[in-house]
Design a protein around this ligand. Structure first.
Ligand code: HSE
Length: 309
């Protein structure tokens, strides 16, 4: 195989109660990437469509992730990368994670899969580090593994895959304003009050248990965020209004997707997910802010191979 074309999906990180440790994979929105082997032992970015991003390999999240994997595997070839961005950078649905995970996945496939998907996570994290100045894995893990993922530990890295109940849907509104993860991390407190940590721990255990037992009520009761939402909500236009509208429309819960500005809601069944999409968009009627709505089941596979040559 000399060339591979992939779909690299968007993701929702944190999922309210799992700051930096929980993420889920969407299946209706993502980037496309083409990676091909070259004789010259270099990693180059040859084409970027959709958004204006740096072509210099070391300044591009896909490039940095690719370089770290190539430095580790030392293959006898180089790689050219084409990035067709559909996920706007700074959207809160894992734009940089899709690019970084996409290249490491593609290179690993082109080299005959020397590493497992879990082993690719630290290399994809190098791209996240460039984008957000933090080595978080809660977007790259669900891109690579699909489903929900839990980062049980960062040191050593221990990632657990969690499957989702069959009828679980995600609705996301992406207001077209940019919130940089690096900036959204600056507004967070350096230390967390013990009472808040207790509440967050209980909710995170509740969410995991609800996912494993398909207990939708428990999933809903667990979707609260003590760590980030209280500090980040003001960065996101209409956040409280959207959240309230989602809950009134039957959402199990709603919160900030990653570091925002996207807002997500979980629901049981497609009809409720669509109704939530409608009320989310109504919150932005009569505003000057454009938005996208994504309605998705949980993507159980992560990255999809579209073509190989
Ligand atoms: N856990 C990260 C954060 C996710 O909230 O900063 C960024 O998408």
């Amino acid at each position: 195989m000399n060339e591979i074309k992939i779909f690299s999906p968007a993701t929702v990180a944190n999922i309210s109660c799992g700051f930096d440790v929980l993420g889920l994979c969407l299946d209706t929105v993502g980037d496309e990437m083409v990676v091909r082997k070259t004789n010259e032992k270099k990693v180059t970015i040859t084409k970027i469509t959709g958004y204006d991003l740096p072509f210099e390999t070391r300044n591009n999240v896909a490039g940095v992730a690719a370089l770290s994997l190539v430095e580790h595997l030392k293959p006898n070839c180089g790689f050219e990368i084409e990035i067709h961005k559909k996920i706007k950078p700074g959207s809160g649905i894992g734009s940089s994670a899709a690019s970084a995970s996409g290249t490491v996945f593609a290179i690993n496939e082109l080299l005959g899969k020397p590493l497992s998907l879990k082993e690719l996570i630290p290399f994809a994290m190098k791209g996240e580090e460039l984008a957000s100045k933090a080595l978080h894995a809660d977007n790259v893990a669900p891109v690579l593994l699909g489903n929900f993922t839990l980062i049980r530990s960062y040191n050593p890295l221990d990632v657990i895959g969690i499957s989702a109940p069959e009828e679980l849907y995600v609705t996301v509104i992406h207001p077209q304003v940019e919130v940089k993860t690096s900036e959204a991390r600056k507004v967070l407190p350096k230390a967390i009050d013990l009472k808040k940590a207790i509440a967050q721990t209980g909710n995170m255990g509740g969410l995991i248990s609800g996912l494993f037992t398909s207990n939708y009520d428990l999933i809903g009761r667990s979707l609260h965020d003590e760590f980030a939402e209280p500090y980040r909500a003001s960065l996101i236009p209409n956040f409280n209004k959207v959240k309230e509208a989602c809950l009134n429309a039957g959402a199990l819960g709603s919160g900030i997707s990653g570091s925002g500005p996207s807002i997500f809601a979980l629901s049981k069944g497609k009809d409720v997910a669509k109704k939530i999409g409608k009320v989310m968009s109504e919150c932005f009627n009569n505003t000057a802010i454009d938005y996208d709505i994504h309605i998705s089941k949980i993507n159980t596979n992560g990255i999809k191979i579209l073509e190989t040559n």
